[in-house]
Design a protein around this ligand. Structure first.
Ligand code: F6P
Length: 317
């Protein structure tokens, strides 16, 4: 049995922990493990190497994508999908495990439809794969954002300032709402719950009137009004405000214990599935279990933030 593994799309904390666990569990079951470097790009280019027990030593604690990851737009084209499927056949791979998020699992789905046996591992800080409670890397990203906001609050307090903190999440406001709730922010600006400009100003004014020395607005990168525009509007109304874009700091953090534990559980499930010859689904957590969700369902549109989440942030501010 030969299991190939690749990491795809934006890297996510604990991708490495998954790779380590997949490799060791598979080797322990006498399967061969082939690492494909640089995602689907590497599959198309034939960048592969066998993985040993020692190769993956210490990966449980390292952020990033040890195999290398890539966004490969050519995987949207049928010609290149067919080429990638042919590569897998030439490599005599019995199963391919794809560690990645929504875009990557669409690539997996394309390969599966072309006859490859693919197993996805839900891994993205965006938490934008349907039917899972969370995805690998989310806990670390929320923790990183929360710590950064805690630090920003100290300087904001010194200067009686408003901080707009922009967090990642692509089209989802999940990271933003969770980081806002965890850090006691005043407001989350997320695409799922649009809010009027005057409401942002009113929230900030209310905070200062209530005796606060700072106000924190967490803005999702996918919020329709750009953070710079929100900043401009506050300043135009005489508010001393600053913008801090956390960006890739959320993605590069060392994985939390929760993400490493999730990684170990998903890895074991992925290898067990490969050994049993099962394929055609993404693995991820749901209500305490690691469940299998078809590629079509997992990559379908999903909303994991509700207007109620935003209401609770305000109620606790
Ligand atoms: O999908 C993960 C993610 O970090 C998104 O939250 C973000 O929009 C995007 O990747 C950034 O991509 P890149 O690293 O290619 O700039």
């Amino acid at each position: 049995m030969r299991i190939a593994v690749l990491m795809s799309g934006g890297d996510a904390p604990a991708m490495n922990a998954v790779l380590r666990a997949i490799t060791r569990y598979a080797l322990g079951h006498r399967a061969e493990v082939i690492g494909i470097h640089d995602g689907f790009y590497g599959l198309l280019a034939g960048l592969t190497s066998p993985l040993t027990h020692v190769d993956v030593r210490g990966l449980e604690e390292r952020g990033g994508a040890w195999l290398g990851s890539a966004r490969e737009p050519r995987m949207l084209s049928h010609i290149f999908q067919k080429r990638a499927a042919r590569r897998l056949r030439d490599m005599d791979v019995s199963s391919l495990i794809v560690i990645g998020g929504n875009g990557s699992q669409r690539g997996s789905y394309a390969l599966e439809r072309l006859g490859a046996r693919v197993i996805g591992v839900a891994s993205t800080i965006d938490n934008d794969l349907a039917e899972f409670d969370t995805t690998l890397g989310v806990d670390t990203a929320i923790t990183a954002a929360t710590r950064a906001i805690d630090d920003l609050k100290t300087t904001a307090t010194s200067h009686r300032r408003v901080f707009i903190v922009e967090v990642m999440g692509r089209h989802s406001g999940y990271l933003a709402t969770r980081a806002a709730l965890a850090s006691g922010a005043d407001l989350a600006l997320v695409p799922e719950a649009p809010i009027e400009a005057w409401d942002v100003l009113a929230t900030v004014r209310r905070a200062f009137l209530a005796g606060e020395r700072h106000a924190i607005i967490v803005a999702a990168e996918g919020f329709p009004t750009p953070s710079s525009e929100v900043l401009f509007r506050l300043r135009r109304n005489g508010i001393d405000a600053r913008l801090s874009v956390l960006g890739h700091l959320q993605r590069g953090a060392q994985p939390t214990a929760a993400d490493r534990l999730l990684a170990a559980r998903m890895a074991v499930e992925a290898v067990e599935a490969a050994l049993a010859g099962d394929h055609g689904f993404v693995l991820g957590p749901s209500r305490g279990d690691i469940v299998r969700v078809s590629f079509a369902a997992a990559t379908s549109p999903c909303v994991k933030v509700t207007a109620d989440d935003v209401r609770i942030i305000r109620a606790l501010a």
